[in-house]
Design a protein around this ligand. Structure first.
Ligand code: SF4
Length: 449
């Protein structure tokens, strides 16, 4: 391995939780090769940026960061700069031309190759573009101590997506759906639990369509979920992201059967009008979506439901938009991730004629977010004066208190000694805001430590 690379690395991660998982994977591979992570690019011999291309904004952010490292490289010529993730897959060749400082660009299915490239010493000798979409997701080898002090962990159970929603770039940059062998997922969960992780989230672009077949044996997502839920020492289990068209009654029933399956589901609906849902190629109707919500609340009344919604999809009329607002008011989500539609090169919708003007998109988004904020506050305020169970994860965002999450995925901040990190406690909610709850630690502590 070349001298320059035997020392330090820095990984900048943008985008979704699957990118965070890929960055954790790479960090552990590099540490297993004797390299050490540093907290600033200026200290690193090897800088990686894990990128996102789901909307225009994260692309701009990536370009800004690459520009910054290009400047740094003028003073550190041996520094190796790599761009990975969905933007590298989508526009790798352009990035290599536009930014001469980049040594290699590799897509999300090529992360295994990066470790090999580091090992072989090929990096820095010539420009490398690796964008094959045929590789299966790598199997994570947990690096001892990597999760020390952490309470929550993530496991990617599948890669890719076959749904081709007309606005979405993911199927083009993450490839076709490939599920990991169930045994690998179970072993990884056991290894995380051994390292003190008590809350695990199973990840995939569309976890509901997880499917593993070998030698006549078939594993579906509910089967895998039940197996992981049964692992000793796992207090909380979660999964994301779900697609409504693959949300089966068997999976819904898991919320009624599995005690440690947290009462929260992230179920993107995207739009409230059937006409728009059809042009988005979402594969369900407004009524079908509403029926799923009803079934979930029947099985687990306290379940928290969050979602994704897009405004300004090509051809979305004012009336279509009103249907979206109406659905939000009817369902009352606990939280919503809301976005303006933006063209993604190569997608079907990018070729649709009837684009909604930018100003109109912004007005729609603002109105929607105002309505949703009131709903979220109302939902959170219903917890004031009540006790909730919280798994303490670490210091709060501002660092003055400790913070943790409820089973319904709400953030709770309260005063408590840091020796309690990793404990399940009861917290009395004093004040609720849109993004977090403020509480007070309550005795006695739950005995199930
Ligand atoms: S389900 Fe649709 S929106 Fe989600 S990743 Fe797949 S194509 Fe994209």
């Amino acid at each position: 391995m070349p001298e320059a690379l035997t020392k330090t690395f820095y990984i900048k991660t943008m985008g979704c939780q699957m990118n965070v998982y890929d960055s954790d994977y790479l960090a552990q591979r590099l540490m297993a090769m004797g390299m050490s992570p540093v907290d600033r690019p200026a200290k690193a011999d090897f800088v990686l940026i894990n990128t996102c291309t789901v909307r225009a904004k994260p692309e701009h952010k990536a370009a800004t960061f690459i520009g910054r490292i290009s400047q740094l490289k003028k003073h550190k010529p041996h520094l190796i700069l790599g761009v990975i993730g969905c933007l590298a897959q989508h526009k790798g060749e352009e990035l290599l031309k536009r930014f001469p400082a980049i040594d290699f660009a590799a897509g999300p299915r090529e992360i295994e190759k990066i470790a090999e490239l580091v090992q072989s010493g090929a990096l820095g000798k010539r420009k490398i573009l690796a964008t094959s979409l045929d590789q299966p997701p790598p199997s994570l080898g947990i690096y001892n101590g990597y999760y020390k002090g952490k309470v929550t962990g993530f496991i990617t159970i599948m890669q890719g997506c076959n749904n081709f929603c007309s606005y979405c770039i993911v199927p083009y940059v993450r490839g076709r759906e490939v599920s990991r062998p169930p045994q690998d997922v179970i072993e990884e969960a056991k290894a995380l639990i051994d390292q003190g992780i008590r809350d695990i989230t199973l990840l995939g672009q569309n976890v509901n369509s997880y499917r593993w077949e070998e030698g006549g044996e078939i594993w579906t997502f509910p089967m895998l979920l039940k197996k992981v839920a049964g692992l000793p020492g796992l207090w909380r289990l979660r999964f994301t992201t779900s697609h409504p068209k693959d949300l089966s009654q068997e999976l819904i029933d898991c919320f009624g059967e599995l005690d440690n399956l947290c009462p929260h589901i992230h179920l993107p609906f995207q739009a409230g009008s059937d006409e728009v849902l059809k042009r988005m190629n979402r594969g369900y109707t407004r009524k079908q979506y509403m029926d799923l919500i009803q079934k979930l609340r029947l099985v687990r009344p306290e379940i928290a439901i969050t979602s994704d919604v897009m405004v300004g999809f090509p051809g979305e009329t004012r009336q279509d938009f009103e249907m979206t607002l109406d659905l939000i008011k009817l369902i009352e989500f606990d939280g919503l991730f809301s976005f303006k539609y933006s063209d993604r090169r190569g997608t079907l919708a990018a070729r649709f004629e009837d684009k909604v003007p930018e100003q109109e998109k912004s007005e729609r988004l603002q109105l929607l977010q105002t309505i949703q904020k009131d709903i979220t506050i109302k939902k959170n305020k219903s917890l004031e004066g009540k006790e909730v169970e919280v798994l303490i994860e670490g210091p709060s965002a501002r660092g003055k208190q400790l913070s943790g999450r409820t089973g319904t995925n709400k953030i709770v901040n309260f005063n408590c000694d840091s020796s309690m990190i990793g404990r399940l406690v009861n917290v009395y909610i004093k004040v609720a805001y849109a993004s977090s709850l403020i509480g007070e630690l309550r005795e006695p502590l739950i005995e199930s430590q």
